[in-house]
Design a protein around this ligand. Structure first.
Ligand SMILES: CSC[C@H]1O[C@@H](n2cnc3c(O)ncnc32)[C@H](O)[C@@H]1O
Ligand SMILES: [Zn+2]
Length: 437
């Protein structure tokens, strides 16, 4: 039997196409989906099996982080203040090579704990298996209650045989977990980047995506150095390189897109390539600032993302949204660029579409009941209440998140995670980072 829960007395921000607000509104959740959102309805209240009084809390869709690496969470604070190439080659990749199954597991749960507590309900993640049992990791992710899409990274490393095995392992993973945890978790195909994958590996990735109806998730055009490197190896820039190899024929999420010209933005639009914008990671690694305003003007779908805690150094999507908005205003010297309405949409409804999960991301009848609450009543930085929508972007932080629901199930209540043993994970993470160094 489907349980109907009525959430009453909340201030709802729907983030649907028309971005409605219902002050003193009502939302009914039937099973794992929203069946009603709107003004208070006495009839619907009478028909509900359960009533939750929100006491004036704000309710918005859970945030969608479209590019992360949760297995790297343990590396927070390691490798600060370095450019991407030396950061990867001298710090991160050598450390990742020493990861054990225990590190991968603790890192994953620490990352998800941080995401859930700061209001992220859906994420798209790329991880490097390194001999780790990905089935076990997927089960752990499922147990946290979060929603997401996961990809086993493809690197062109080692002998030809090792490279073939790597792609075969990514394909097995993508097929096995394509629909997992009642469809809450799914997979993508993730060649790391045009510089860490051979043309053959990129073509193979496109084949695996096409044969299995999956999206491609790849780092592209992150730095000037990458553009020079790809041009010198193949005579064309990364976007054209991927286009020629057939990668862009598959639905693709390109992480970064910092260094793009007008012609490339037109290609992304033409091929419906979506961009995962990682403003803080791009700033911290000294990569630059993606021209999100130009991408949106070119009709490209953009989502917001954190990247990993090794280049961010947190997974707070509120910080990420605010940074995204402020950067465009700053680089254009135009305060009208990326208003609250736009950025909040990119981090919710549009972000969900970017990663092919349009069944979440807004509070609308028929969508999954993935939502978060914020209690502004005791928070001076969220008052006066009248401009609440503005506060969601310009004043709130992940620490303000009170309750988090995924598919109608509570995963965080009053700031405490119900699905992960916080004390235990923090102790384990501290012990393991000390051992790694
Ligand atoms: C965890 S599997 C993915 C792989 O990507 C590396 N990585 C993390 N952040 C970035 C980035 O911004 N650009 C390129 N590569 C990145 C990470 O170390 C893993 O090996
Ligand atoms: Zn990344």
């Amino acid at each position: 039997m489907v349980l109907n829960t009525a959430y009453v007395n909340g201030h709802f921000f729907t983030m649907d196409e028309s971005s409605r607000q219902y002050k003193s509104g009502m939302m009914v959740v039937s099973g794992d989906a929203i069946s009603y959102i709107g003004d208070h309805s006495v009839q619907r209240l009478a028909a509900a099996d359960r009533v939750v009084d929100l006491g004036g809390k704000w309710v918005m869709p859970g945030l969608v982080n479209v590019h992360s690496h949760i297995v790297m969470t343990i590396l927070r604070g390691i490798g600060d203040d370095m450019l991407l190439k030396p950061w990867l080659e001298t710090k991160i990749w050598p450390m990742e090579a020493r990861f054990t199954p225990e590190i991968a597991s603790v890192s994953t749960r620490l990352g998800i704990l941080e995401m859930l507590k700061s209001g992220t309900t859906t994420f798209s993640d790329m991880f490097n298996p390194n001999g780790i049992d990905l089935g076990g990791i997927m089960q752990e992710i499922a147990d946290t209650g979060i929603r997401g899409a996961f990809s086993h990274t493809i690197f062109s490393l080692g002998t030809e045989r090792q490279q073939r095995d790597n792609i075969a392992s990514a394909e097995r993973f993508a097929k096995q977990f394509r629909t997992f945890a009642d469809g809450r978790l799914t997979t993508m195909v993730a060649p790391h980047s045009p510089y860490a994958c051979t043309p053959a590996a990129l073509e193979e990735s496109a084949r695996v995506a096409a044969e299995n109806g999956l999206m491609v998730h790849i780092h592209v055009s992150e730095t000037d150095l990458e553009i020079r490197d790809i041009e010198s190896r193949y005579g064309v820039r990364p976007v054209e390189h991927l286009r020629r190899l057939g990668v862009l024929d598959q639905p693709t999420v390109m992480a970064h897109g910092v260094v793009l010209n007008e012609e490339e933005r037109a290609i992304l639009h033409q091929y419906d390539v979506r961009v995962a914008h990682n403003p803080i990671s791009n700033l911290k690694l000294g990569s630059g600032v993606a021209d999100v305003a130009a991408l949106l003007e070119a009709g490209v779908k953009v989502g917001i993302a954190t990247d990993s805690t090794a280049s961010n150094n947190n997974l707070d999507m509120f910080e990420e949204m605010r940074t995204a908005a402020l950067l465009q205003k700053g680089i254009y010297k135009d305060a009208s660029k990326l208003p609250a309405e736009t950025v909040l949409a990119l981090a919710t409804r549009v972000g969900a579409e970017v990663i092919g999960m349009g069944h979440t991301g807004s509070l609308e009848a028929g969508k999954k009941a993935d939502f978060i609450t914020i209690d502004p009543s005791d928070k001076p930085h969220l008052q006066p209440l009248e401009q609440a929508f503005s506060h969601l972007l310009y004043a709130a932080s992940g620490r303000d998140v009170c309750d988090v629901y995924v598919g109608g199930a509570a995963v965080v209540r009053d700031g405490s995670c119900l699905t992960i043993d916080e004390e235990k994970i923090l102790a384990e993470a501290n012990r393991l980072q000390a051992e790694l160094q």
